[in-house]
Ligand binder design. Structure first.
Ligand SMILES: [Zn+2]
Length: 230
């Protein structure tokens, strides 16, 4: 009986996801076409992913939601005990593609040239294989839900050139990204959508889109993480 209980606990523990809210108050990431900072998009989506993950029987811990986690190394420390690290971000484009416009009278920058989600893994993460397996599973579920990979991060230009790990599912290698490289567990970074794209920003602001992305991400994690109990 005790053995069975321990086995059950081990199974549950093997399915805890650390959901990292990318950026912090002083450096809130990119600014959307209409002037909203990335941190706010990241926080809203991370909360939705947490809820979807719990709904599928996964354990979760939310990291950096208060906007005060300034050091990347603290995020890794805070994820201690988790079995997977997912960093949640929203995307921009290289500066040469940004154009000026005004929104509500305020000068802003946008690029409608790029759209879609991207996933990143590091070959320097000690759990490279499971990282890629989960990134591919998340990408496959996002595609099934009607989202398309952005693909432009593989373009051979300065700032991009991130080779495909799984082109079909929109997964790139980004070996030196600190949170991916430093995590002791399988780790994936999600760029959920391009918020300098005016149309995509509007989509990303909708609660329905957020729920659909979160459901796809949670389905992918549920599928790829070991110890599935249902
Ligand atoms: Zn970011």
């Amino acid at each position: 009986m005790i053995v069975l209980l321990l086995a059950a606990c081990a199974t549950v523990q093997a399915r805890t996801v650390a959901i990292d809210v990318g950026h912090f108050d002083e450096e809130p990431g990119t600014t959307s076409a209409r002037g909203r900072v990335e941190l706010e998009f990241n926080r809203e989506l991370a909360l939705e992913i947490e809820s979807a993950a719990r709904g599928r029987g996964l354990g979760s811990m939310l990291i950096g939601a208060d906007g005060r986690m300034t050091l990347l190394s603290h995020r890794i420390t805070a994820a201690k005990g988790a079995d997977f690290f997912l960093s949640v971000h929203h995307d921009s484009a290289q500066p040469q593609f940004l154009q000026a416009w005004k929104y509500e009278g305020v000068p802003r920058l946008f690029s409608d040239q790029f759209a879609g989600y991207s996933l990143f893994v590091s070959r320097k993460n000690p759990r490279r294989g499971p990282s890629l397996a989960c990134a591919s599973a998340i990408g496959a579920e996002l595609r099934r839900a009607g989202f398309a990979p952005s693909l432009y991060h593989a373009d051979p230009i300065p700032g991009e050139s991130k080779p495909f790990a799984d082109r079909v599912n929109g997964v790139h290698y980004y070996d030196n990204l600190v949170v991916l490289r430093s995590a002791r567990v399988p780790a994936v970074l999600l760029e959920a959508g391009v918020i300098v794209n005016r149309e995509e920003e509007t989509r990303m602001l909708s609660a329905d889109t957020r729920r659909r992305i979160a459901a796809a991400v949670a389905d992918g994690l549920d599928r790829c993480m070991p110890g599935r109990i249902r």
